[in-house]
Design a binder for this molecule. Structure first.
Ligand code: IVH
Length: 508
């Protein structure tokens, strides 16, 4: 495209028009779920904008739709202080607890019911309609600055729509970032295949994805958001929660769907309805949130220590399923602790596929009287890794096999030891390859030396081939030794050695 012939103001106008079109089609696709154009037409608009921005880099702005990915890797997250405390919610675990909360008011207030999304809380700041920063909840007072990662989420508009309602000059909205069930299951399958620990639940997966220093990793996870509240707002006033949420929706934000009711019975009907249909939702919910709708009443009710009196999380009962215990594997930790892990026939517990459960220690297996081959009852309670509650004795066929703790370490065959005061068995051999792998994995982790590219699989190969025996050996690794490994190219070897060298500069 010979854009050189066009005048600079013409280019500026063209760029503005392309951005508007792309923003509009993003909105149709990611917020309304109702695209107007084909993917290839969308790609064409994006390519045209990219080309013009390449020719005129001085016209690139932070809110351009081209600026969602490709930010440089960060070394740490800065912190952001929340203007208003980001609070937590009190839980009602049963109807009685919920009833007590609802009937604690002088007269039945109008309340808003919303699904309680199993994700991680974030705050987004818009100045004059432009997304300027975003943070995690952190300790409620200060969170981490995850702006670059949030920008990769397509359902977060970089610019608000001013067509339907007025844009507040300063706006803090709060919501839940989550990973849809299908993406969560797929991510975990991939992690298990790569020898990595699967995420325990969608919430951890979302939080982990948002806390990446390399926003390209965040961009590769199909995160989504639902806005369910706000912090400080300047330039617009609202009377009710539902009015505020509706305003946000009109600004092009993706919001929850508030459902207003005015009696205990209606709230319970909503609860039952959500409980019965939760499996049809593309994301995980673990209850409902009920909020007093009137904002002045909210203010009057005030706060408990860490949660407002005007809202409560009314949780669904724990989810249970039955499946078969295929085997019990033994995991050797970095300090030699042996943890039995239940290998299960994969089963879906409200949309999340479960194939492993921790058994803690050998005593737990005894206590439960578990046999390999048993049908077992599983429980997944919100954020907890699934637990085996019990074997279903009536389903035994006689072919089940008792589990006995081996005397030797599955990795190095050393005799296991058990102190009388401890529940766990331990492998006493400090050079046990499983321990060494765990030790080096721990050392290479982001929270420690942050050696990128040195994944668990590669560590296992290096230890198995006796190329490295402790973390210090990493620093004498030679390229020609690496290149002898299968599936190791020049570029990859270079990057790994580079990351190892860079880790020397890491401050702990
Ligand atoms: S309102 C004052 N609405 O649940 C706190 N929270 O367990 C206002 N959550 O920290 C929160 N869905 O991260 C609200 N529809 C919803 C929610 C929701 C999920 C999260 C939120 C909160 C946590 C408390």
């Amino acid at each position: 495209m010979p854009s050189k012939k066009t005048s600079v103001s013409g280019v500026k106008e063209k760029i503005g028009s392309l951005r508007n079109q792309i923003n509009y089609h993003n909105y149709r696709y990611y917020i309304l779920d109702s695209p107007e154009i084909s993917d290839s037409e969308y790609d064409r608009l994006m390519r045209e904008l990219l080309q013009l921005e390449k020719e005129h880099p001085e016209l690139i702005t932070a809110d351009s739709p081209t600026q969602r990915v490709g930010a440089p890797i960060q070394t740490t997250f800065k912190t952001i202080e929340h203007s208003l405390m980001m609070l937590s919610l009190e839980n009602a675990m049963h109807y009685d607890e919920f009833k007590e909360w609802y009937e604690g008011f002088e007269e039945s207030p109008e309340v808003i019911c919303e699904p309680k999304i199993d994700g991680t809380a974030v705050e987004l700041v818009y100045k004059n309609g432009v997304f300027v920063s975003g943070s995690t909840r952190g300790d409620g007072k200060t969170g981490e600055d995850i702006t670059l990662n949030l920008k990769t989420i397509k359902s977060i508009p970089l610019r608000l729509i001013d067509k339907f309602v007025s844009i507040p000059e300063y706006l803090e909205v709060r919501g839940e970032v989550f990973l849809p069930k299908e993406a969560f299951n797929q991510l975990n399958r991939q992690r298990i295949k790569q020898g990595e620990e699967p995420f325990a639940n969608p919430r951890n997966a979302a939080a982990g994805s948002l806390r990446q220093l390399d926003s390209k990793i965040t961009a590769s996870r199909p995160l989504d958001i639902l806005i369910h509240g706000f912090g400080l707002i300047r330039g617009t006033k609202f009377k009710t929660h539902s009015e505020a949420i509706e305003h946000f929706r009109q600004l092009g934000l993706k919001t929850t769907t508030p459902y207003a009711v005015s009696s205990l019975q209606q709230t319970q009907e909503y609860f039952n309805q959500m409980h019965n249909t939760r499996n049809n939702l593309p994301y995980e919910i673990d209850g409902i949130v009920v909020k007093v709708n009137d904002l002045r009443t909210q203010e009057r009710l005030g706060l408990r220590a860490r949660s407002p009196r005007w809202a409560i999380a009314y949780k669904f009962p724990a989810q249970e399923a039955t499946t078969q215990l295929i085997d019990i594997a033994l995991q050797v930790g970095r300090t030699g602790t042996i943890t039995p892990v239940a290998i299960l026939k994969p089963v879906s517990v409200s949309g999340v596929e479960i194939s492993r459960a921790t058994l803690h220690n050998a005593d737990e297996i005894q206590r439960l009287d578990l046999k390999i081959g048993d049908s077992v009852a599983l429980k997944r309670a919100g954020d907890v890794i699934p637990k085996i509650i019990k074997p279903i004795i009536s389903k035994r066929t006689g072919s089940e096999k008792p589990f006995s703790m081996p005397q030797t370490c599955p990795a190095c065959k050393s005799y296991l030891v058990k102190e009388e005061t401890e529940l766990a068995y331990r492998c006493p051999n400090n050079s046990c390859p499983a321990q060494v792998k765990g030790w080096i994995e721990h050392f290479a982790k982001r929270e420690a030396m942050n050696i990128e590219g040195l994944g668990d699989k590669l560590i296992a190969r290096l230890v198995d081939k006796k190329i490295i025996q402790d973390p210090a050996d990493l620093y004498t690794l030679q390229k020609d030794v690496l290149l002898k490994l299968e599936r190791m190219g020049d570029k990859l070897a270079h990057n790994i050695l580079d990351a190892i060298a860079r880790s020397k500069e890491t401050t702990l």
